[in-house]
Ligand binder design. Structure first.
Ligand code: IMP
Length: 211
C-alpha cells in the first residue's frame, strides 16, 4: 500500500533543499560554467549548472543586466542562483561593444572588430563581469564585479577559451591571448575569476562556513 506524507509536514521551498555549499549558475554558456566552477571549488564550494536562457534585459550597465537576470532566475526556480553578464569595452571605440558584446560577436564577429581597429594604435580594452547572487524568490540580489584590462591583439590567436578570447591580450600575462592560456591561467587574470573569487569569499561568510 502506498504511503502518503502526513498532511502536517510542511512543504519545503526548493532553496531549503540545497546544501549550504551549493549555488547554481543559471546560463546556457558551458564555457563560463567550466571556468567559474574551478574558482568556486578552490573555496570548498560547489557550482551547479542550471541550463536556462535568462532573457537579456537591455541596459548600458552590466550590473543592472546581471541583477535583473538574477531576480528573474530566482523567481522562476526559487534556488540560490548566480547570473553573470560580461561586457567588452574598447577604449578607442568609446567603450563599444560594451554590454552588446554578444550581439556584436554574432553579427560582425572577431574579424569585424579587428577591422574596426585597423590602423588604430590605442588598442586598450577591458572586460567587465557583473555577477549577481539571489537567494531564492523575493531575495534582493547582491552583486560582485571583476575587470580585466588588456589590449586587442592585431590578429586572432589561440584555440582555447571562447568569445573574444582569441583577440584579447590581458595585462599581467606574457603577451599571450586568453585563448592561448589554460583555464587556470585565464582564471588567475580574468574579469570572471575576480568576480567569482569576490563572490566565493562573501558566500562562505554568508553561509557561516569555516572549512
Ligand atoms: P554575455 O555575458 O554572455 O552577454 O557575454 C557577452 C559576449 O562576450 C558574448 O559574446 C561572450 O561570448 C563574450 N564573453 C563573455 N565572457 C567572455 C570571456 O571571458 N572571454 C571572451 N569573451 C567573453
Amino acid at each position: 500500500m502506498a504511503h502518503r506524507l502526513a498532511p502536517s509536514v510542511p512543504a519545503l521551498r526548493p532553496k531549503e533543499l540545497v546544501p549550504p555549499r551549493v549555488v547554481y549558475l543559471v546560463s546556457t554558456n558551458i564555457h563560463k560554467y567550466l571556468e567559474a566552477r574551478e574558482v568556486v571549488a578552490s573555496y570548498n564550494l560547489s557550482l551547479a549548472f542550471l541550463r536556462d536562457d535568462v532573457p537579456e534585459f537591455q541596459h548600458s550597465d552590466v550590473v543592472e543586466i546581471a541583477k535583473w537576470g538574477a531576480r528573474w532566475a530566482a523567481d522562476k526556480w526559487d534556488l540560490p542562483v548566480l547570473v553573470e553578464d560580461t561586457g567588452l569595452f574598447i577604449q578607442a571605440l568609446g567603450g563599444f561593444p560594451g554590454p552588446y558584446a554578444s550581439y556584436v560577436l554574432r553579427t560582425i564577429g572577431l574579424t569585424g572588430v579587428l577591422k574596426l581597429l585597423d590602423g588604430v594604435e590605442d588598442r586598450r580594452a577591458y572586460f567587465k563581469t557583473a555577477l549577481a547572487f539571489c537567494d531564492g524568490r523575493e531575495a534582493e540580489p547582491v552583486v560582485f564585479t571583476g575587470e580585466a584590462w588588456g589590449q586587442i591583439a592585431l590578429e586572432a590567436r589561440g584555440a582555447g577559451g571562447f568569445g573574444y578570447d582569441p583577440i584579447f591580450v590581458p595585462d599581467g600575462g606574457d603577451g599571450r591571448t586568453f585563448a592561448e592560456m589554460s583555464r587556470e591561467e585565464k582564471n588567475a587574470l580574468s574579469h570572471r575569476g575576480k568576480a567569482f573569487r569576490a563572490f566565493s569569499e562573501w558566500f562562505r561568510s554568508y553561509r557561516g562556513l569555516t572549512a
